[in-house]
Design a protein around this ligand. Structure first.
Ligand code: ZN
Length: 147
């Protein structure tokens, strides 16, 4: 197990611009405000979504997109460091007009209709992402156990 302990710092409420790129906007906000460790939630709606699914056996991401208007019913993520820069890791559940849900890891290419983001900034030395040999992912602290 790897853990890090923080005290809460500022909470940022951010409204993203119409038709902006959801991933790029939150990342730019984090970099502009030097947010290096944070918990993130958001809700609202998107014009289209670009998501990923991680194939655990193939150790590779499968990208897919949803070309429709969707509600963001839940979205959670975090900000930590990758290659010394603030890096957003965000997952999202989306629903269509019939309430059917889709979801995944959020990619660039997700277009905002209206989105309210809450960034809970954390005070302390941020976790660094590095390659983890057990999963093939970039995780906090990199490889920390035999697998
Ligand atoms: Zn993910």
């Amino acid at each position: 197990m790897t853990s890090f302990v923080y005290q809460p710092a500022a909470t940022h409420l951010v409204r993203l611009p119409f038709e902006s790129d959801l991933y790029d906007e939150i990342t730019a906000y984090a970099r502009d405000h030097d947010i290096r460790a944070a918990s993130v939630t958001c809700l609202g709606a998107v014009r289209r979504a670009s998501l990923r699914y991680y194939d655990q056996d193939g150790r590779d991401y499968r990208d897919f997109s949803l070309e429709r208007h969707l509600e963001v019913v839940a979205s959670v993520g975090n900000i930590s460091l990758l290659d010394g820069e603030p890096f957003l890791h965000l997952h999202m559940a989306l629903a269509d007009e019939d309430g059917r849900a889709f979801g995944g890891h959020v990619n660039q290419g997700t277009t905002v209709f209206a989105l309210e983001v809450t960034i809970f900034e954390l005070d302390g030395e941020p976790p660094e992402r590095a390659h983890d040999s057990c999963t093939g992912l970039t995780l906090w602290g990199g490889t920390v156990e035999d697998c």
